[in-house]
Design a protein around this ligand. Sequence first.
Ligand code: PNS
Length: 169
Amino acid sequence: MTGPESEGPQLRRAVCPGSFDPITNGHLDIIARASSLYDVVHVVVMINQAKQGLFTVDERIELIRQVTAEYGNVQVEAYHGLLVDYCKQRDIPAIVKGLRAVSDFDYELQMAQMNNGLSGVETLFIPTSPTYSFLSSSLVKEVATWGGDISHLVPPVVLEALKERLGKG
Ligand code: PNS
């Protein structure tokens, strides 16, 4: 094996998990900031078969790869299962999440405590940039569906993918 994975546990590694259907500028802000704090950031599209996405998991991965290409230490993949199992299998001690508002906090705290209790993995929260504190993939999809301008909320490649998928191109 070559690259950062082969260099062992001395590298500080963290996971940024999510549905990313699709990735927004809010996600990207958190990933960029995590990439400056950790040696390797694993962006993981968590597969939820109960939820029909607008984009397939492969499409989401491809979009994330394109928009994170400038960060040399970001790896992207999908995982089906518990996030803590992903972390355990790769010996990753930390999960990084963005916190947009107090409304995020209750559920995020529950998940952080559950994940820590299950495996000892720690969750670290980064406050979302105020510019994106209202932003979610669901809202982006809803506004885009009705032809609203979301060009300031998603990277250009995601904007194009949304237009194409929603027949607005
Ligand atoms: O982008 P989302 O949908 O807010 O992300 C939520 C996600 C995917 C990070 C969360 O649901 C998750 O970690 N799912 C993986 C399954 C799991 O580990 N569930 C137990 C959480 S305590």
